[in-house]
Design a protein around this ligand. Sequence first.
Ligand code: NDP
Ligand code: OXD
Length: 309
Amino acid sequence: MRILLHRADGNTAPWVADFAQALPEAEVVAWKEGEAVAPCDYAVLWSPPAALVPELQHVKAIFLTGAGVDAIMKFNDQLPDVPIIRLGDAGMAVQMAEYVLHAVLGYYRRMPEYEAQARRGEWKQLPQHRKEDFTVGVLGTGVLGMRVVEALRHFGFPVRGWSRSAKSIEGVASFAGMESLDGFLAGSRVLVNMLPLTPETNELLNHARLSRLPKGAYLVNVARGAHIVENDLLELVKSGHIAGATLDVFANEPLPAAHPFWSEPRITITPHVSALTLRTESVQQIAGKMRALARNEPVADVVDRQRGY
Ligand code: NDP
Ligand code: OXD
């Protein structure tokens, strides 16, 4: 078995070593631009450069070392008709739950306000928010979104979820489809974005939709920057309609130094770290799926190329 490996960060050695341990029979070839590669059975990559795409013509499956598939789907019509298999959790779901809970609890317990007071040396107790006024709306109740929903429920937040297909999730008000989006937004005091980036969800959160959120709402975006029209968000934060935003992802990453988000105190910025790929878990999961494919068994987490996620 030959595996073609690409890492955007160039840090291939530990991945090659882990695959060698998990699949001793495999030869792992790290892709280098300009170097010829003998045909491989599988590719393991996440955000491939265009120059790598022709090398994928002979593989039997493409494995992604991430959960999002937008970076490969932009080459969809150049890819062979083989399964594209994303990571299914592999340690990312609990990280997402930690990140989102941290942000939601911070807003609920008024931490940004207390931090601002502390900087002014001001000792003042603010009225506590009530959970019943703090409904959290989760856009996308998939592999990662469901773990976030569970964590929010555990802390007693009223939760609503929005998905493409209708769902019944215990204790969660479920909304499905575009026609239900405005109503979903109107009742979400905190909006958490966990959608995949597809042509339907690109720039979904524009001025009109973000304005549907109740005044004083909060936004947490851990999915993709392109889901949000950034200038529209900035305007709504400056007007106070949106009281605060925690953003892990941006239309352009790294976020450019001159971007106005950096100087807006009500926007918290992290550098795309809400759920990191864990190498050991990921290699184990991918190696297991390669073995299953070799036995002609079905594997989970195959991307629906029609739907785009
Ligand atoms: P899934 O594919 O498992 O779930 C996607 C969810 O979004 C599903 O509930 C799906 O609905 C819903 N959805 C998709 N399209 C639409 C639509 N047009 N209208 C309504 N709902 C829609 O994704 P994951 O939960 O695994 O991951 C979500 C995203 O998180 C990834 O795509 C990635 O972009 C991002 N991510 C970010 C990371 C970071 O560090 N910042 C790390 C990992 C992932 P249905 O259930 O009906 O199919
Ligand atoms: C992913 C990501 O999609 O890291 O896995 O953003």
